[in-house]
Design a protein around this ligand. Structure first.
Ligand code: GDP
Ligand code: MG
Length: 425
């Protein structure tokens, strides 16, 4: 298949980790190309249940080389912790490579994330407080630290001092906190840099060679299209682009080599944190779906926060698939809906009394209301099913209706959280 991007068509948590783990079985590389440890990709396989934050979802397979590309926010402490957890739970030591151009999440990024949300109080964005927004701000302000800088002490101290000139003013004046020194940060980084040294390489060259050798490569996105800084629900977006388009940059693969883009969407909707969520449901209706959803309830894999719940949103998902440039779609968690007599789908939005089928800009979306249409439920378990034709008629109709409405082909249907619980249509 060549190079496949696996990306979210919604607000994140669509089940990207699950299908990445499923497809990794026959792949050579899995690469994370953006975001950092704010991700939570749940994987359930023979080793148990895992929530991967920073590591690519190929780490359970010895045949896979797992790459953290230059677009990633590398929190070394989180990386070490996550790798150790895998090893302690019996997973064989995975093959890992880290781009020497990736940038490092620094202690002050995490503190600034925390302090800023504290400062904002009720107006906060619902950050996972992993330092992601301050990290990417610094990267584009050109005061970030690249992995390769960690191995040049003089340069590291100079770069940190440069960054701290303004950081320390913010720390003391805006947040009323203690200031920091470059030396203290550098000595904290030193042992971490030593640990990751064996994994550090030029990943552009690694992929250049892999493509020459016709290797199978998976590019694993984090979050989803609606969190993209340009196309998403700005400012309730994330700080790096979770799109297949950016995968080329963040991984280091020529754009024309990405020949398959799998956009993952849930059979209903969930959204973590603040921001517009048009098809949201509340109270008992939401509570029941939240408890039945995911592998054991819809709670954030990184933060444990209850996810907001909604019906499947055609408007948002069609838009998400367009943003991703999906060549195919995975509809995930279809099994979860097996308890409902009738399943509503949000087919349109009502915007100021007008029925619309496009996803509105942030300035308008708060006024959008969902227009729902009910579909009959199938009222049975489907997790054991592996062929589309064996699904109950009403489940097939639900999938077909969504496919027609979103205008992108549904090639995969996930019917349970485990690696093998998948229908390839
Ligand atoms: P990601 O961030 O896109 O990788 O998704 P998450 O792992 O954060 O959230 C998806 C949740 O749904 C997790 O709890 C998964 O274990 C679970 N999951 C994934 N696919 C399926 C499925 O087909 N059925 C059910 N019941 N759970 C699923
Ligand atoms: Mg997640």
């Amino acid at each position: 298949m060549g190079v496949t991007a696996i990306v979210g068509a919604n607000w994140g948590d669509e089940g990207k980790g699950k299908i990445t783990d499923h497809l990794a079985v026959t792949s050579d590389f899995v690469c994370r190309f953006q975001g950092g440890k704010n991700a939570g990709h749940t994987i359930i396989n023979d080793y148990g249940k895992f929530a991967l934050h920073l590591l690519p979802s190929g780490v359970f397979l010895q045949n896979v080389i797992n790459v953290l590309g230059p677009g990633v926010a590398l929190d070394i402490q989180a990386f070490v912790k996550e790798r150790n957890e895998l090893l302690s739970r019996g997973v064989p030591d995975p093959q890992i490579r880290i781009s020497d151009r990736a940038q490092v999440v620094l202690p002050y990024h995490i503190l600034f994330d925390l302090y800023e949300e504290e400062r904002l109080g009720k107006r906060q964005f619902g950050s996972t407080k992993s330092g992601i927004a301050p990290f990417y701000s610094d990267k584009y302000r050109k005061i970030g630290i690249q992995v390769a800088d960690l191995y040049d002490e003089k340069r590291l101290i100079e770069r940190l001092e440069f960054a701290l000139e303004s950081k320390n003013i913010l720390l003391s004046a805006l947040y009323k906190k203690d200031t920091m020194t470059a030396e203290a940060i550098a000595s904290e980084l030193k042992p971490l840099a030593d640990i990751i040294k064996p994994y550090v390489c030029d990943t552009l060259d690694l992929f250049y060679q892999a493509l020459k050798d016709d290797k199978e490569i998976l590019l694993e996105g984090q979050l989803g299209a609606l969190r993209d800084p340009d196309y998403g629900i700005y400012p309730f977006s994330t700080s790096s682009s979770p799109t297949a388009g950016f995968a080329s940059v963040g991984a280091g693969i020529p754009p024309y080599k990405i020949n398959r883009i799998i956009a993952v969407t849930k059979a209903y909707s969930t959204c973590v944190g603040a921001g517009p969520f048009v098809s949201e449901i509340f109270d008992n209706e939401a509570h029941e779906l939240r408890e039945r959803g995911g592998d054991s309830g819809e709670y954030g894999a990184t933060t444990g926060r209850p996810r907001r719940i909604g019906w499947f949103d055609v408007v948002a998902t069609r838009y998400g698939c367009k943003v991703q440039g999906a060549t195919e779609v995975e509809l995930s968690l279809l099994d979860v809906l097996g308890y409902l007599d009738e399943i509503p789908i949000c087919t349109h939005y009502d915007l100021d009394g007008e029925r619309i089928d496009f996803f509105p800009v942030s300035a308008k979306i708060d006024r959008a209301k969902p227009v729902l249409k009910n579909f009959p439920g199938w009222k049975t378990k489907i997790s054991h099913i592996r062929n589309f034709t064996d699904l109950p008629d009403n489940a097939k109709k639900y999938v077909d209706a969504i496919e027609e409405l979103i205008e992108f082909p549904i090639k995969w249907i996930s019917v349970g959280p485990r690696r093998e619980e998948m229908i390839n249509r």
